[in-house]
Write a protein that binds this ligand. Structure first.
Ligand code: 0O2
Length: 213
């Protein structure tokens, strides 16, 4: 990793874009294999993005990150999100990712066992992923967030509110967000309780689709 300020942002961001595209294909491959085997896929859908120059610089300023250390210290320039139906699926995805040989896990942050003060829950991993460029192999950091659909619903709403309030919520809104986070937690618990029933129904539904009925 180089330690100088970014001069050409397009070429700086290109390997991050490549990594996000490659990892999306790989993760979708996992989901396809489960579905081909007619088994419940622990991955529901995947999204990915590369932070913009503006958002990288903003994060660097807020976190007081040296502009020569963006590659090392802004760990979510490349970001992937894996959405799961059940909390149990998150643990299965974590096991699958830990077993892979095409990248190295650098950090794991379990905001499910230890939710954030805001109410945020998700499982985070920072991986070091080797990208094959024309003249070199470049190892870059990618943040993977693994969450249930309910966790994602809450985080998406809270994230957009955060743009307006910058974390300084009025008391009533803050209380509502905490209650909404608790409701999302209870929803995940309820869904886990009826998980086997839902999985059976989904298998039945996909069999019927294959029969063309
Ligand atoms: P964006 O726009 O999503 O990219 P640290 O705070 O030092 O422990 P750091 O680097 O903040 O560690 O990483 P963390 O907390 O593991 O993950 C940061 C990312 O997680 C955020 O990225 C969000 O995507 C998500 N996240 C963390 N906390 C919250 C929260 O309270 N609410 C929501 N909605 N998302 C959260 P960015 O860069 O903040 O934003």
């Amino acid at each position: 990793m180089e330690n100088k300020e970014v001069e050409n942002w397009d070429s700086f961001l290109a390997p991050y874009e490549q990594a996000v595209e490659e990892l999306k294909v790989k993760l979708k491959g996992i989901r396809k294999q489960y579905r081909d085997e007619n088994a419940h896929a622990p991955i529901e859908f995947i999204t990915g993005r590369v932070k913009t120059k503006e958002s990288i610089l903003e994060k660097a300023e807020v976190r007081d990150i040296d502009l020569t250390r963006l590659e090392q210290d802004v760990q979510d320039i490349a970001g992937l999100r894996i959405m799961c139906q059940f909390v149990e699926d998150i643990h299965e995805v974590v096991r699958l990712l830990r077993a892979r040989k095409d990248f190295k896990i650098i950090i794991e942050r379990d905001y499910i066992t230890h939710k954030k003060e805001s109410g945020y829950r998700s499982y985070h991993m920072v991986i070091e992923y080797p990208v094959q460029r024309i003249y070199e192999e470049k190892k870059i950091l990618v943040e993977i967030q693994i969450r249930t659909l309910a966790m994602n619903f809450w985080a998406t709403i809270e994230h957009s509110l955060n743009y307006k309030y910058r974390g300084e919520y009025p008391e009533e809104l803050h209380d509502r967000l905490i209650r909404a986070a608790e409701a999302a937690f209870r929803l995940d618990e309820e869904m886990s309780e009826i998980r086997e029933e839902i999985k059976d129904a989904q298998r039945y539904f996909s069999d019927k689709k294959e029969d063309g009925r």
